[in-house]
Write a protein that binds this ligand. Structure first.
Ligand code: ZN
Length: 290
């Protein structure tokens, strides 16, 4: 069977078809503009492909509660034209196939636990650190939704005593996204992440915030692994600094075999940036089983 996959991002929409083994057979990318310009070419792509189901992992916030009349909608986004947009309903009307739907970060998480190095793990957190910060959670083998879905990127963080930067998030200032996303790094230091690559103090401070967020996640969700993805994580020196910060800030409070080996507990995504689109294939497959 052939499954459709749609990774709906704020800047581009990645469309693909693939098999249940996660093999991508064809892929295209469409810039995200207003829905009236963006959605028709996506529908055209899938219409001729005879897909058995479609998996969508989208930017949010989203309504994921199937008992809610708003199910399948993008809800409060400031992105022009997309507020309260019925993404699932529109695709279902056009393609008439089962549709799986989740957040972009839950999609990436699902890709990693289905096809990647974390295959088979039941309790995993995936954090993407780029232009924004988002987190997906799998608990007991299920993607966590709850009231809406977790918004790990907006957890409040204690500022570093030497950091005078007040944070970029218009809602919370010093939340994780406000202190540690790509634009916050650039705003704090006045240069882009790439230009700052050789400045150790930049990445030590970045690791302080990401490490603090990870300690909070360990203490609240108790995952068996934490996967980090996104553009900021392309700074390869960051990973060991983050592990050091987690050990330092945890300060010996927990002693598990996972925490004794942080290099296999806190890892980078393993699917060459295809984890999102591969997760959509799995979402499609799961939709046919419901
Ligand atoms: Zn925030």
């Amino acid at each position: 069977m052939i499954y459709g996959a749609l990774e709906a991002g704020g800047t581009k929409m990645v469309c693909a078809i693939g098999t249940e083994d996660g093999e991508i057979l064809e892929q295209c990318s469409i810039p995200t503009r207003i829905p009236e310009e963006t959605i028709p070419p996506i529908i055209d792509f899938f219409k001729s492909k005879d897909i058995a189901a479609l998996g969508i992992a989208s930017f949010g916030p989203l309504c994921l509660d199937k008992n809610d009349p708003q199910y399948g909608h993008i809800t409060t986004t400031p992105k022009p034209g997309w507020k309260d947009y019925d993404l699932v309903g529109t695709m279902k009307n056009a393609l008439n196939v089962p549709i799986g739907f989740d957040t972009d970060v839950n999609g990436s998480l699902l890709g990693e636990v289905t096809y990647g190095d974390s295959k088979g793990l039941s309790d995993v957190v995936y954090i993407t650190i780029g232009t924004g910060i988002g987190g997906g959670v799998m608990s007991n083998g299920k993607l966590l939704h709850g009231m809406l879905h977790p918004e790990l990127g907006h957890m409040l963080l204690r500022p570093h005593p030497d950091d005078k930067y007040t944070g970029r998030c218009p809602f919370h200032h010093n939340c994780m996204e406000g202190m540690a996303a790509g634009p916050a790094i650039e705003d704090r230091w006045g240069q882009s992440g790439k230009e700052l690559a050789g400045r150790e103090e930049v990445w030590r401070l970045e690791a302080y915030y990401i490490g603090q967020a990870i300690v909070n996640i360990i203490l609240t969700l108790s995952p068996k692994r934490i996967i980090l993805g996104g553009g900021v994580m392309h700074q390869l020196q960051l990973m060991d600094m983050i592990r050091d910060e987690v050990a330092k800030q945890m300060n010996g409070y927990l002693e598990t075999s996972e925490l004794k080996d942080l290099s296999s507990y806190i890892v980078t995504a393993s699917l060459n940036d295809d984890q999102g689109i591969m997760g959509c294939i799995r979402l499609a497959q799961l939709a046919t089983e419901q």
